[in-house]
Ligand binder design. Structure first.
Ligand code: GDP
Length: 362
């Protein structure tokens, strides 16, 4: 209908007829989306070292969609025989310790010898792991543009076990794609260290001088896991303090029980930012690998880890299936209420829930 204000007699402002607007989104765009490759195509791409295919497979590993998981598991299974041939190094330290600066420098140092490097991360805390903090490209400026480096942020938030399992599966895919150096980064403040420790060969703890270890929020347990402690920012007028911290850490380590590997964890100082002492840190890591390969611990630890992950995965899956069960979802609040009102003991309530679940599935 013509707008009354467009009448020639009309003295006020005219309203123009509109023109049809083109669609905002290019209608042809979706045609360009590549179809999902089959598991066999992914495996072929990964084994050929194709990073795009590797990324797509890792995305499936991280996906919660059951069909994606099915393909991911098939890809992992086929890649498994080609995995294992790498040095897996865990790197931890509190925020600000200099992990990203150091990983950038360590990474380049490693790549100078040739080979490929994957930097993965485990961070189950929700905000950080939204895909941008740990493993973020801008944090590792040099590595992120290196053709032989693959940087992947932490899988998005979930249970620690779930996030860690995905990272472990990603390690398998990276190794099959020819990555012979794997760094797994974690923030040294919580539980994730145990998970990282159970998937790496060497665990490096980055510390800072000038604060006691309580102040740095590093738990004793984490220090006990470390195969090497490195004190960062040993530069400028911080050098003396870094040396002092080195002596203190060495003393502290002497009180710890001997390690299962027989290796005596070393304490070194370095500066990631000014690139001082980097090759010394790496020489230590080389010495460690020589030592544990020679005494058989390397192989033993990997076997123990494989067993650990088998049971972890069973635990995780059982828990997941149990809590997702519709009947259990309905039953649990009632049982919880009975426990809170003292009508049932915790153990009897738990038994009832488990019986309900297992009777149903058997
Ligand atoms: P992250 O949180 O552990 O990843 O730590 P970053 O690598 O982001 O470093 C935190 C801050 O410390 C940044 O401002 C860095 O520039 C600085 N930094 C890192 N390494 C060194 C170092 O070796 N010497 C000095 N002086 N500063 C450093």
């Amino acid at each position: 209908m013509e707008h009354p204000e467009n009448d020639p007699q009309y003295q006020g402002l005219a309203v123009n007829k509109g023109v049809q607007q083109p669609p905002v989104v290019n209608p042809y765009l979706k045609r360009r989306r590549k179809p999902m490759p089959s598991a066999a195509e992914m495996v072929e791409g990964i084994l050929a070292g194709d990073i795009t295919m590797l990324s797509r497979a890792v995305t499936l590993v991280e996906s919660l969609v059951p069909e994606h998981q099915t393909i991911a598991q098939e890809v992992i299974e086929k890649c498994l025989p080609y995995s294992g041939n790498s040095r897996r190094i865990g790197i931890t330290g509190v925020p600000g310790a200099g992990k990203s600066t150091s990983i950038d420098v360590f990474g380049l140092h490693v790549l100078k010898r040739g080979g490929r490097l994957a930097v993965l991360a485990i961070d189950p805390s929700s905000e950080r792991s939204k895909g941008s903090i740990l493993g973020d490209k801008t944090r590792m400026e040099k590595l992120s543009v290196h053709p032989d480096a693959f940087i992947r942020p932490s899988p998005s938030a979930g249970s620690l076990g779930g996030v860690a399992r995905k990272t472990r599966e990603t390690i398998i895919l990276c190794e099959a794609a020819g990555f012979d150096n794997i760094f797994v980064e974690t923030v040294g403040v919580g539980q994730s260290e145990t998970a990282v420790h159970s998937m790496v060969d060497f665990f490096l703890l980055i510390q800072l001088a000038g604060t006691g270890d309580e102040l740095q929020g590093i738990k004793r347990g984490i220090m006990e896991m470390a195969d090497g402690i490195v004190i960062n920012k040993a530069d400028g007028d911080n050098i003396d303090r870094a040396r002092l911290a080195q002596a203190q850490f060495r003393n502290a380590l002497m009180l710890f029980p001997p390690t299962a590997s027989g290796w005596k964890p070393e304490v070194l100082t370095y500066s990631g930012y000014f690139e001082l002492g980097i090759s010394e840190v790496w020489d230590m890591i080389d010495r460690y690998f020589d030592f544990v390969i020679a005494n058989g611990y390397f192989e033993r630890r990997r076997q123990e880890q494989a067993r650990y992950w088998m049971f972890e995965t069973i635990d995780e899956q059982l828990r997941h299936n149990f809590y997702r069960d519709k009947e259990i979802e309905k039953l649990l609040p009632k049982l919880e209420n009975d426990v809170l009102t003292n009508r049932l003991s915790s153990f009897i309530a738990a038994r009832k829930a488990l019986d309900a679940y297992f009777n149903k599935i058997s």
